[in-house]
Design a protein around this ligand. Structure first.
Ligand SMILES: [Zn+2]
Length: 223
């Protein structure tokens, strides 16, 4: 009798624990999906000239003096035409932004992303490359660059995703922009043990996206 009671209790505990795990997964997935939706909805407003410029009030500024709780990390180019707070119609404290020419990915950029994921508990990282990127263009056209600018172009040239492309010519910059986005996504996914763990349990999503300059639309990439 005692044995049966023990087995029943064990079974009940197992079911409870499975239900609890499933619940956590659903919650994580829905938080991540909501973050993607929030960015893409904001971009829809921006591209349709219907931006609402949220979270820029006196009250918002005041509440942000205590802490920040951004819902997403956006990694993008320094290009003056792709400012993420504008492109995604977000405000103060909403997105944690990392910008370099060509949205290249080095230790300092990865460290910044790890800070947001590990300490601010951000559940989405989006790497956004864009049409007509000058940094990628400088690499593709083999432009002569010197000084620290050469460091950027050399970094792009060293990416395995870029090296794998066999095409040449300045009409195909777009292919390299997309390869560079993919590189950023892969680097972040392998960045730290905690990021790998969060990806495995579904509490973090790392994705790429491509932005068109003309209509301002951001298109999520399947990678
Ligand atoms: Zn650019």
């Amino acid at each position: 009798m005692k044995k049966m009671l023990f087995l029943a209790l064990t079974g009940w505990l197992l079911i409870c624990s499975l239900q609890s795990d499933a619940g956590e997964e659903t919650t994580s997935a829905s938080v991540t999906a909501a973050a993607v939706d929030r960015l893409l909805e904001g971009n829809k407003r921006f591209s349709g000239y219907e931006s609402v410029h949220p979270d820029q009030s006196r009250l918002r500024r005041k509440e942000l003096t205590k802490a920040q709780h951004p819902f997403a990390v956006v990694v993008t180019c320094s290009d003056s035409r792709v400012s993420p707070e504008l492109v995604f119609d977000q405000g103060l404290g909403d997105i944690f932004v990392i910008r370099t020419a060509g949205n290249i990915m080095g230790d300092i950029e990865l460290g910044s992303i790890e800070y947001a994921v590990e300490h601010l508990n951000v559940s989405l990282v989006m790497v956004v490359g864009h049409e007509g990127c000058g940094a990628i263009g400088a690499y593709v056209k083999r432009e002569h660059v010197a000084g620290h600018l050469k460091t950027i172009v050399d970094s792009i040239a060293a990416e395995s995703e870029i090296k794998a492309l066999q095409i040449k010519g300045d009409l195909v910059i777009d292919h390299f922009v997309r390869a560079n986005i993919l590189h950023g996504v892969q680097e972040i996914r392998q960045s730290s043990p905690l990021i790998r763990e969060k990806l495995a349990n579904g509490s973090l999503k790392v994705m790429g996206a491509y932005e068109r300059l003309g209509d301002g639309k951001v298109e999520p990439l399947n990678n």
